[in-house]
Write a protein that binds this ligand. Sequence first.
Ligand code: PAF
Length: 279
Amino acid sequence: MQTLRDIDSVSRLSQLWRARNLRLALVPTMGFLHEGHLSLIRLARQHADRVMVSIFVNPTQFGPNEDLASYPRDFARDEQLCRQEGVDAVFYPEPAGMYAADHSTWVDEESLSGGLCGASRPGHFRGVCTVVLKLFNISGCQLAVFGRKDAQQALVIQRMVRDLNVPVRLLLAPLLREADGLALSSRNKYLSLAERQNALSIYQGLQEAEAEYKSGCRDAARLCEIPRRRISQAGGRIDYIELVSQDSLQALDPVKAPALLALAAYFGKTRLIDNIFLD
Ligand code: PAF
C-alpha cells in the first residue's frame, strides 16, 4: 500500500492505473476510521480493481464554531486499518496542499443543501461539494463510495455529479450501527459513557416512529414527535427532526414513501446525526 501526501503523486499513480485499464474507486473520508468506513472500502473493492482512500479533515466544511480543531485524528491507526483492508493507496494531503492561500472557487448545490444539516451548518455542503469534486479530479477515480448515514450528503453529491456531468459513478453503502443501535460515527468518540447511553434514545425513537408508520400513521408531526420526546427525555437537545422525501428532501405531510426520517441531536457538546428510510 502506498501513502501519498501530494497531489502530483496521486495523479501519476492514477494515470498509470488508467493506462493499464484498471478501474479506480475512491473512498473519501475524514479519517478516524471505523467499521462503517471499512464497509465502504469493502464495497469499493467489490466494484473496482484499485481502491484509494483519502483521509482529509476538510476545513471548508466546518463552521467557525464547529469541531475542526478537535475532530478526532489518528493517522497511524487509519493507515494500519487501510493496509489490513487491502487498500492500494491512501491519499493524506496537507490542508495547504489542498487549498491555495487565494482559493476562490466553490461548488454550491443550491436546492438539496438548504434544509436539514444545511440549515444548521451554513456553508457545510459547499465545503463538502468543493472538496469532493477536487478529490475526484485529483484521483481520476471512476467510482466513489459514500455512506447513507450522511443521507443528505449522498443526495447532494449525486446531484452535483448529475448537474456537472462528473464522470464518476457513485456507490452508496448502508448505515452501520453498533450492536446497541448507535449509528457508527467518528464523533461517537466525544461521548462520555453516560452521554453514549443516553444517545441510544436516538435509534430507539427512530424505531418507534418506524413502527408507528408501519402500523398506518402518516401524520409527519406525530411521527417526528416520537423520537423528539424520547431524545429530550434522555437529555438530548434536538437540532432538527424532519420527515422528507428521499429524492427532493422536501417536507412530507402526509408522509408518502419513499420518505426519510432524519435528525440531528446534541448529547453534551456532541452533535450526532441519524436517519431511517420509510419505504
Ligand atoms: O463524509 C465525510 O467524511 C466528508 O464529508 C467527506 C465526504 C469525506 C468530504 O470531506
